[in-house]
Design a protein around this ligand. Structure first.
Ligand code: APR
Ligand code: PHB
Length: 399
């Protein structure tokens, strides 16, 4: 039977982002069937530029799953990060502060490409360009995913549905009103991000606090630099010709003895900054993971790592249930994940609050507090360790 003919599966997964693809592969490795439904085409999913910082736990899991070959070859391992303010840089040495741990720079879309490759090689069903996915019967033992594919109305009977369809997906709204409670914050700014074809100007990431707003220097490879600027939440990208972007970046990153390298800009986009958590993360036979159930602002790069941490727990819980009939882990899925979600949420909020210019800070009080906090983080080993251990990633849960 070809992938497109499947009408029944154990786990119906909505969304082929990192959450859906990692879940699908973990289940496949344990002999559990799944079908992944994705509404975009393959080129779009593989080309979508997102964050690029992998925690050690994420890297270890991808390697263990057998999808880490290219990551091991091409990923850039970093042992520290620079915090820049008042025109000076201060390094936070992750390895010294966390017992040798670090992060790996490898674009999210590269992770997605590797996972799609593994899924197709395993000949496991993954349908792109599905329309109008409608989850139903999630309070029953046999939930259904209805959708349209190649012009035909289709129905997929599942034992469990995994909603890995991101913040704008459909799964979260398939639960009855009141079953989930939502907590959120929006921030009065966004990030304008660019990819430039130029060698990074520094070996490590630079988080920069400046009177004109936050800036971040990151990278994708020895030839590609990723840069971000704090901007208006609804910024019109048309107002930012390349020359203006470079000028603003040069101003914010100003630091003696350092200069920013320029190159052709090959990608530009605006990202809103938001914190959001749905509790619990499950209802009946529907289990949500990743951006479908929580969003963190990008300062601290926790989004992808949190998504992977969720599905690691979910996969193990499903394996235990399908193969041993033990429902305990599945029942406790939200309870197991939420403490990590909230710690990541706190870290991302803290980093966001410490680095960004606050538009309502008329007399500069908040800016003075931010400066005091940054100075403290860079001068106290205890405070630097707090940043470092959260940045490299907290220990994964026992499952
Ligand atoms: N039907 C099918 N697929 C859908 C639907 C739908 N109705 N709605 C959304 N999708 C797909 C999206 O096209 C996307 O490919 O679900 C996928 C969700 O993927 P992501 O948004 O990447 O979310 P997730 O897998 O949870 O990854 C976590 O980490 O860096 C952060 O926000 C960033 O995407 C990242 C996230
Ligand atoms: C990125 O490289 O895209 C990136 C890095 C660090 C962040 C966010 C994004 O905090």
């Amino acid at each position: 039977m070809s992938a497109t003919d499947v009408t029944r599966t154990q786990v119906g997964i909505v969304g082929a982002g990192p959450a859906g693809l990692v879940l699908g592969h973990l289940l496949h490795l344990q002999g559990i069937e799944s079908v992944i439904l994705e509404d975009r085409d393959r080129a779009y999913v593989e080309g979508r530029v997102r964050a690029g910082v992998l925690e050690q736990g994420t890297v270890d899991l991808l390697i263990e799953m057998g999808v880490g070959e290219r990551l091991k070859r091409e990923g850039l391992v970093h042992h520290g990060v620079e915090l820049r303010f008042g025109g000076k840089g201060h390094r936070i040495p992750f390895d010294e502060l966390t017992g040798g741990r670090g992060i790996t720079i490898y674009g999210q879309q590269e992770v997605v490409k590797d996972l799609i490759g593994a899924r197709l090689e395993a000949e496991a069903p993954l349908l792109f360009e599905v329309d109008d996915v409608r989850p139903a019967g999630i309070e029953s033992d046999s939930p259904v995913l209805r959708f349209r594919h190649e012009g035909e109305e289709r129905e997929l009977r599942c034992e469990v549905v995994a909603g890995c369809d991101g913040y704008h997906g459909v799964c979260r709204s398939a639960v009855p009103d009141g079953a989930f409670s939502y907590r959120e914050r929006t921030y009065p700014f966004g990030w304008l991000g660019i990819l430039a074809e130029v060698e990074p100007s520094s070996e490590e990431l630079i988080y920069c606090h400046h009177d004109r707003g936050f800036a971040l220097h990151s990278m994708r490879s020895p030839e590609v630099t990723r840069l971000y600027l704090q901007c208006e939440p609804d910024e019109d990208i048309e107002r930012w010709p390349d020359e203006r972007i470079w000028e603003e970046l040069h101003t914010r990153f100003t630091c003696e003895g350092w200069s920013l390298k320029e190159g052709p800009i090959v990608e530009k986009g605006v990202t809103p900054m938001r914190s959001f958590v749905s509790e619990p993360m499950q209802h009946g036979r529907l289990f949500l993971a990743g951006d479908a159930v929580h969003i963190v602002p990008a300062t601290g790069a926790k989004g992808l790592n949190l998504a992977v941490a969720d599905v690691r727990v979910l996969a193990e819980a499903l394996v235990r249930w399908f193969s041993a009939g033990d429902e305990t882990l599945l029942e406790n899925y939200s309870e197991t994940c939420l403490p990590r979600v909230w710690k990541a949420q706190h870290f991302a909020w803290w980093m966001t609050s410490m680095f960004h210019r606050m538009p309502d800070d008329r007399d500069g009080f908040t800016a003075r507090l931010q400066r005091a906090e940054l100075e403290y983080v860079c001068s106290s080993k205890a405070a630097a360790t707090t940043l470092a251990e959260n940045y490299v990633g907290l220990e994964l849960e026992d499952v």
